[in-house]
Design a protein around this ligand. Structure first.
Ligand code: TEU
Length: 560
């Protein structure tokens, strides 16, 4: 398929975007780390899956202290993952298949191995090289206390002391909202702004279609870097005060600047923000017409398996996005959260997830999300129904695991390499027996090759859902209304989508454990479903569709 991006400038409004975590996708050279040639070799698989775009997590040169979200060079490729020629080939091969490609940009912080931070460490205290990062004098008589009480997302203080080459204190500290090897940039510094402009242009010139923006809510810090309110704060401001390093209004100026750069390209390039903010209303600020095109909507991910909450989140999401003309987005899994097959399973909270029901729920939740208006994100391996892996502690690499003393930072469990075949070594992940994280033996049964041969596999379900999503004008429209015949109280959700051509698709999900009999008015023509538990019952008033427990079905409707 030829590149048609020029003819579809609004492709991102309805796109299904597949997240590739490159270290875990496919390893071409046998070093145990997935790489760009591995990804290129699997593009036919992604084309057949039926996605519109891929978002590739970072492959920049990096010490990999945070899986590549610690970038040492924003305009290069880590030699373990490939070369600049590989990225050119990747872009070309994606576009030949009609797949767009988004990269991941990490603007809140760099790696401590970035040349600017290396320069800072070698420079005399107070040199201009100190100004590109957030450096402040310590508190206390000997500056031995951090400049404020901010804590790192990865646990412990968000500040580390800056030391002289001989290990003695400079009296100053640097800020890192994440690992101590991820110093935060000072976004009030013009060189930081200019350098990121250059990075955007560098990759846009190379032909990529856009960026996912890491920690999009973190770049601007509250002026004066005040202490954050804590439960112990005397003034009790906790509820009212916005955390002084998240979602500060200053971030919006940066995105307006970036949008102007993206819009100067033909076709315009696009952005998706990773912004964890306190409400849908705050999220909408990022999606104003001169800022980001889309943003992840984590409220849906957090809604769980609960008809009432799902309905509420869908309503709120659609209303806030409609008000500013931005498409809603839906996501259930990514490289930071427990895979939704495990997270949605009964018993997950108690540590005993029922993975069989977890899979049924995960497939149903995905089928429902893929039928909602807007754009959707899939995370590699969810189309195989991969569960979260409970890894042995000695292989864990998540920096938050170390920093929390083993009480948090379990993100490696969703980053285990993909099983391509049922055979050793490593189920086709790579040509050798090396793999940076081990796969469970039972993943042989979940391998791509096995699921391709099984018409009822999770993979085949995803393919069918994505094929219908493209084929049905009703699923490409923005219209959506709830079906009054289906009641939250009965653990059921039903929505009607109507296409510009008047065609109708009704989508029903049975969240309960009983059979759900649909009224005859909804018809019985199933065009895709999350599972096989569907039957037609002949009743006096006409045939009725019966939907099994924890199952979602898409029906060709006749309208009303
Ligand atoms: O995540 C940002 C973020 O806020 C996460 O810390 C999230 O809350 C957490 O991972 C949940 O456990 C991004 C990346 O997606 C993540 O992989 C990086 O570690 C992080 O930024 C730092 O760059």
């Amino acid at each position: 398929m030829a590149d048609d991006s020029a003819s579809e400038p609004d492709w991102w409004r309805t796109a299904v975007i597949y997240q590739v975590y490159p270290r875990s996708f496919a390893d071409s050279d046998g070093d145990g780390i997935g790489d760009l040639p591995g990804l290129i070799s699997r593009l036919d698989y992604l084309a057949e899956l039926g996605i519109d775009a891929i978002w590739v997590s970072p492959f920049y040169p990096s010490p990999l202290n945070d899986g590549g979200y610690d970038v040492a060079d924003y305009r290069g490729v880590d030699p373990r993952l490939g070369t600049m020629d590989d990225i050119r080939t990747l872009v070309d091969q994606c576009h030949r298949r009609g797949i767009r490609i988004l990269m991941d940009i990490v603007p809140n912080h760099s790696s401590s191995e970035h040349p600017w931070f290396v320069e800072l460490l070698a420079a005399a205290p107070g040199s201009p090289a100190w100004d590109r990062y957030i450096v402040r004098p310590g508190r206390g008589p000997d500056a031995s206390l951090a400049p404020n009480n901010w804590t790192s997302v990865f646990h412990g203080p968000a500040w580390s002391p800056l030391l002289h080459a001989d290990g003695t204190s400079t009296g100053s500290w640097y800020l890192h909202l994440f690992d101590s090897t991820q110093p935060d940039f000072d976004w009030t510094h013009p060189e930081v702004l200019a350098d990121f402009d250059a990075t955007l242009r560098f990759w846009f010139d190379l032909g990529i279609d856009g960026f996912r923006i890491d920690v999009a809510h973190g770049l601007a810090k509250q002026e004066g870097l005040p202490d954050q309110a804590t439960a112990a704060s005397e003034d009790g401001l906790l509820a009212e005060q916005r955390t002084p390093y998240w979602d500060q209004d200053g971030v919006h100026e940066i995105y307006r600047r970036w949008r102007a750069i993206a819009d100067s390209y033909d076709p315009p390039r696009v952005f998706c923000g990773e912004a964890w903010v306190e409400s849908e209303e705050r999220l909408a600020n990022y999606l104003r017409p001169d800022e980001l095109h889309t943003s992840f909507n984590f409220e849906y991910l957090k809604a769980g398996w609960d008809a009432e909450r799902m309905r509420e989140v869908v309503d709120r999401t659609i209303a806030t996005h409609e008000a500013i003309g931005a498409p809603p987005t839906w996501v259930l899994s990514n490289h930071d959260v427990v895979r939704h097959r495990t997270r949605l399973a009964p018993g997950y909270q108690e540590g005993t997830p029922d993975e069989v029901r977890g899979l049924a729920r995960a497939r149903a939740a995905t089928a429902f999300a893929l039928a909602l208006p807007g754009s959707a994100y899939l995370y590699q391996g969810e189309e195989l129904g991969l569960p979260e892996v409970d890894l042995p502690d000695d292989v864990r690499q998540d920096p938050a695991w170390q920093r929390s003393g083993g009480t948090d930072g379990f993100r490696d469990g969703c980053r285990v390499p993909i099983p391509w075949t049922s055979t050793a070594p490593h189920h086709g992940f790579g040509p050798t027996d090396r793999s940076w994280l081990p796969q469970p033996a039972h993943w042989a049964g979940l391998a791509v090759a096995v699921q391709e041969a099984d018409p009822d596999s999770t993979l085949q379900r995803y393919r069918e859902l994505l094929r219908q999503r493209r084929a049905q004008p009703a699923l490409q429209s923005t219209s959506m209304s709830w079906l009054p015949e289906l009641q939250v109280a009965e653990q059921a959700l039903g929505m009607r989508r109507v296409g510009l051509d008047g065609s109708v698709v009704d989508v029903v999900v049975n969240l309960g454990q009983q059979l759900l009999e649909l009224p005859p008015s909804l018809g019985t023509t199933v065009i895709a479903a999350s599972g096989e538990q569907l039957a037609i019952l002949d009743a006096d008033e006409g045939p009725r569709l019966v939907i099994g427990p924890e199952t979602c079905a898409w029906l060709q409707g006749s309208g009303s």
